[in-house]
Design a protein around this ligand. Structure first.
Ligand code: GTP
Ligand code: MG
Length: 202
């Protein structure tokens, strides 16, 4: 399941502009700054294939990366970026939702949730939207390397993960598969790649 080759293919702003070769793909989605681009780099073992930033709002298009010449990882812009103008935020919703519904080669959405902070309302809304629209998804908890020690009453990643899972139970008949990760320690990398390989072979 390892990545031996990875290359950037193209940036698209509309679903119709995405690659049309029919290869299966997995999309990384989640709040701005949750670590989508960092996770992509961790999966392909490259430092800067997908561009990352401390400032939210770095990724602005649908970016396709072809892996092993046989499938795609897709880096998407984040949601919930409060300082983006309202107009931009609405557009974001329109174009990514269109992508989720109409992209027929999309095997599964990987919804990234920051495990270093308590569950956010917007993440729950997003998970619920995906559930209601029957978009297959896997929950990826990010930044599990942070806040390992209890301090100032803050919860540890494991506790935040448990809380989030309990909160989303209401939206799904079955709890979606989930993986704990860190792009700093590469925790979860092999597990994600294996999971993606299994999904491709269904
Ligand atoms: P947008 O493109 O703006 O939507 O953000 P993104 O989700 O692609 O986030 P990005 O990968 O650019 O990472 C945002 C910040 O979080 C960067 O400063 C990263 O170094 C940091 N970061 C990402 N993943 C991890 C992680 O697993 N652990 C820690 N400690 N920091 C991380
Ligand atoms: Mg990004």
């Amino acid at each position: 399941a390892q990545v031996v080759q990875a290359e950037f293919v193209k940036s698209s702003v509309r679903t119709e502009d995405c690659p049309s070769d029919g290869l299966p793909e997995f999309a990384l989605v989640g709040r701005s700054n949750v670590g989508k681009s960092s996770l992509l780099n961790s999966l392909v073992r490259r430092k800067r294939l997908a561009l990352t930033s401390k400032k939210p709002g770095k990724t602005q298009c649908i970016n396709h990366f072809r892996i092993n010449d046989s499938w795609y990882l897709v880096d998407l812009p984040g949601y919930g970026y409060a300082s983006a103008p309202q107009e931009l935020r609405t557009d974001w919703g329109k174009f990514t939702k269109d992508y989720f519904i109409n992209r027929s080669t999309l095997v599964s959405v990987f919804l990234l949730i920051d495990a270093s902070i308590p569950a956010k309302k917007i993440d729950l809304e997003y998970a619920s939207w995906l559930g209601q629209n029957q978009v297959p998804m896997t929950l990826i908890f990010t930044k599990c390397d942070k806040r390992k020690k209890k301090k100032n009453g803050r919860k540890r990643p494991e506790e935040n993960v448990k809380d989030f899972q309990e909160l989303i139970c209401g939206f799904f008949q079955t709890v979606p598969p989930w993986i704990m990760t860190s792009s700093v320690t590469n925790q979860g990398r092999d597990e994600i790649l294996l999971h993606m390989a299994q999904l491709r072979n269904y």
